[in-house]
Write a protein that binds this ligand. Structure first.
Ligand code: S3P
Length: 187
């Protein structure tokens, strides 16, 4: 381990991280909230890929979808995640579709520790109903859309290094489960 990495490990709650922890999973699974708390817990930087895309484009996700389409959004998402993966140890929250994109998933698998936050459909439905910022949920019945996306994306999410099953328990519990799962993964 290099001196730099040893310092990073000392800071990161004893976890010897040399790469980012990347949270993947469906919309409404809590990636951003859990990611922020996890970053605080491990004293690492936090990056939200969606927020970075919005900042780079000076547009909201809804505006990017409306003006340029999903393919263009996915391209921006791939480039932003590529950059974040190379910025040293950190916590990265990704948008729900990122890990279902082949190139983005490969990059995350090669350069990060991926954690699938696996949350049951009913909780996703309840949580996503609180905000109207997700363009993919506007084109029909959100529950049906989420169910279909879950089915389509499950084979991708299953490739994550770590799966943490999260129910309605407080996010603090998910944070501790992730810390322990990453510790076991690195052991
Ligand atoms: C998407 C999820 C969103 C955002 C975009 C597309 C998806 O992120 O990237 O609306 O394809 O599942 P969250 O998972 O943070 O809601």
């Amino acid at each position: 381990m290099t001196k730099l990495n040893a310092h990073a490990a000392a800071r990161s709650g004893g976890l010897r991280l040399d790469r980012p922890i990347v949270l993947v999973g469906m919309m409404g699974s809590g990636k951003t909230t859990i990611g922020r708390r996890l970053a605080r817990r491990l004293r690492l930087r936090f990056a939200d890929a969606d927020a970075e895309i919005e900042q780079a484009a000076s547009l909201s996700i809804g505006e990017i979808f409306a003006q340029y389409g999903e393919a263009s959004f996915r391209d921006g998402e791939r480039r932003v995640i590529h950059r974040l993966l190379r910025a040293g140890p950190s916590i990265i929250a990704t948008g729900g579709g990122a890990f279902a994109q082949d190139a983005t998933r490969r990059d995350i698998l090669d350069h990060g520790i991926s954690v699938w936050i696996d949350v049951p459909l009913d909780i996703l439905v309840e949580r996503t109903a609180k905000r109207n910022t997700r363009p993919l949920l506007r084109s029909g019945n959100p529950e049906d859309i989420l169910r279909n996306l879950m089915t389509q994306r499950a084979p991708a999410y299953e490739q994550a290094d770590i799966r943490v099953a999260c129910g309605p328990a407080p996010h603090a519990q998910a944070v501790e489960a992730i810390v322990e799962a990453v510790r076991a993964h690195l052991a």
